[in-house]
Design a protein around this ligand. Structure first.
Ligand SMILES: [Zn+2]
Length: 280
């Protein structure tokens, strides 16, 4: 935990699935806890057309604090039909919708056929190019195809983030060469499968680095004390910050300032409406 810095932290959680039904009973409390922990702004992930509508609506109800993406996750790529892209275009017209995605390829779960995934990915990259909006990208076990498709669109794409990066050094190099931003989650806190990230995160330039919880997923495994619920919340983002800062050998407060600026530039967010009172 971050003892004294918490009051003055100003963090952006760039990936939170707050429309998830696990938050239905206590969403306001979750937001209040995030605020108290210094997470001033959150970008809600849209993963289907209806979810993107819901994320945009929730963000509209918390203007200046919550933002949203509009997209179709590769798991749902088989649901893409003639109405999907026009629907996303409509959702993306709202001012609180700040990126297209999450979109990409997931050959690990393969919930949708590869052809459907590739078609949905390309169509959403095309939409992001058309609208001049950043793209929020997901990739698992599909690096080569992912990079090949992305490369075609990259020259016209303003910005893109590889969200929840968990890959190898070579994959990171490919992403940085494509001038992608890199989203780091609490995966880095996982002593079973996240250790390699502790080295790799040093190689991400601070103007390309952003943090996310991916709540309610990916609860950091090393929280102390361990929460009673396995549900992740944006309030744990400062913990991810602390781990990343330790890996990089940088003071957490300075890293927070730098990556928050990076996130605001990436998504075009204004400074938060509610400014924390300084804890004197
Ligand atoms: Zn994802």
């Amino acid at each position: 935990m971050i003892p004294d810095a918490t009051m003055t932290l100003d963090l952006v959680d760039i990936g939170a699935n707050l429309t998830h039904d696990s938050f239905d009973q206590d969403r306001d409390e979750v937001l209040a806890r995030a605020r108290a922990a210094g997470v001033r702004q959150m970008v809600l992930t849209g993963s289907t057309v209806p979810e993107s509508h819901a994320a945009a609506a929730l963000a509209a109800a918390h203007a200046g604090e919550l933002y949203a993406t509009a997209g179709i996750h590769p798991h749902h790529a088989r649901e893409l039909d003639a109405g999907s892209i026009p629907a996303l275009r409509g959702i993306a017209a709202a001012p609180q919708v700040v990126a297209i995605g999450e979109c990409g390829l997931d050959y690990y779960r393969n919930f949708s056929p590869h052809e459907d995934q590739e078609r949905a990915f390309a169509a959403q990259l095309e939409l992001a190019c058309e609208l001049g909006m950043p793209a929020f990208l997901h990739q698992r076990d599909a690096h080569e195809r992912f990079v090949a498709i992305l490369r075609e669109h990259r020259p016209r794409l303003v910005r893109a983030v590889a969200h929840c990066f968990t890959g190898t050094a070579a994959e990171l190099d490919d992403y940085l060469a494509l001038d992608l931003h890199i989203g780091i989650t609490g995966w880095i806190c996982d002593e079973r499968r996240g250790l390699h990230l502790r080295e790799l995160v040093k190689r991400v330039p601070v103007e390309r680095l952003m943090l996310e919880t991916d709540a309610p997923y990916l609860l950091p495994r090393d929280l102390d004390p361990k929460p009673s619920s396995r549900r992740n919340e944006p309030m744990y983002l400062p913990h991810v910050l602390e781990v990343v800062a330790a890996c990089r050998g940088e003071p957490a407060a300075a890293l927070a300032d730098a990556i928050t600026s990076t996130a605001r530039r990436f998504f075009g967010l204004p400074p938060p409406v509610v400014v924390a009172s300084s804890d004197s």
